[in-house]
Write a protein that binds this ligand. Sequence first.
Ligand code: ATP
Ligand code: MG
Length: 289
Amino acid sequence: MENLAEALLGLSKEDRSLLSAIETGMKTHEWVPSFVISELSGLPVRKVDFRLGLLFEKKLVERESMHYLGYRIDFDAYDLLALSDFVKRGTIKAFGERIGVGKESVVYEALGEMPLAVKFHRQGRTSFKHVRRLRDHLTDKPKVPWLYAAALAARHEFQVMKKLYGKVSIPRPIATSRHALAMEFVSGPALHRITLSDPEDGLRMILGEVGKARRLGIIHADLSEFNIMVDEAGPKIIDWPQAVEVTHPHAQELLERDLGNVLRFFERKYGIEMPLERALVLIGGAESS
Ligand SMILES: Nc1ncnc2c1ncn2[C@@H]1O[C@H](COP(=O)(O)OP(=O)(O)OP(=O)(O)O)[C@@H](O)[C@H]1O
Ligand SMILES: [Mg+2]
């Protein structure tokens, strides 16, 4: 959706409660019947079908006619529900432009107590690989509907960030709602977009942050020059939904892959050669053998 804030302004309170009733109904139905939406929203069935007909035309709900009319929502409506929740809670006071589209998220700028980046997770529909990776957190649900996968990814990212914030250089996590995560806006560009004046020092600082996260029990597991932003204060590491604990069976492998990505980037761009073993010693992550 191009303009989330505008779409939100176009929704009535009833529309929002219908969308949220569909959201709840999707826990148990693939297509949520009108009578279930009616029970959940407290609106009569005829009104439900009429209002949802309008939202269907706006492409905010999908509709299927079987022996009853069934509805479901997609990410657009899910984004609106999360945004509306942030507004209600006072997390967000103004909503801005889209600033990033990744493989597994869409990121917007916003304003709260401070400038914010609001990341809407997109896992589940787009990437089944990711859902499988998330299964660590999903003991009893082998077949996860997309909205749980995305919400779970946001919650996991938020929890990891809360654990690290203040100790590791990352944006401050502010709040989550559903699949959305509001965090401090980082003004600097990503590492791959700039030329560092002192790359040796830059690399040392990044390895320092990786080491601190590891000592707190966390491996990023998707680290690269694209997920490291640089502002006046130095590097800030973003994009934590794939993070694993150091007790994860593949933790060491993932740590080495993270370091390998960073080292390859510094070698390619700045000609700095540092063996992986050296980086592992620097972060205090060498296997004792
Ligand atoms: N806190 C932030 N401040 C400023 N910009 C941000 C912030 N968080 C994310 N962005 C922007 O949004 C982009 C996408 O965010 P992020 O890397 O977290 O997700 P992603 O790239 O979709 O995930 P993946 O790497 O799995 O595809 C970033 O590259 C960056 O440009
Ligand atoms: Mg990224």
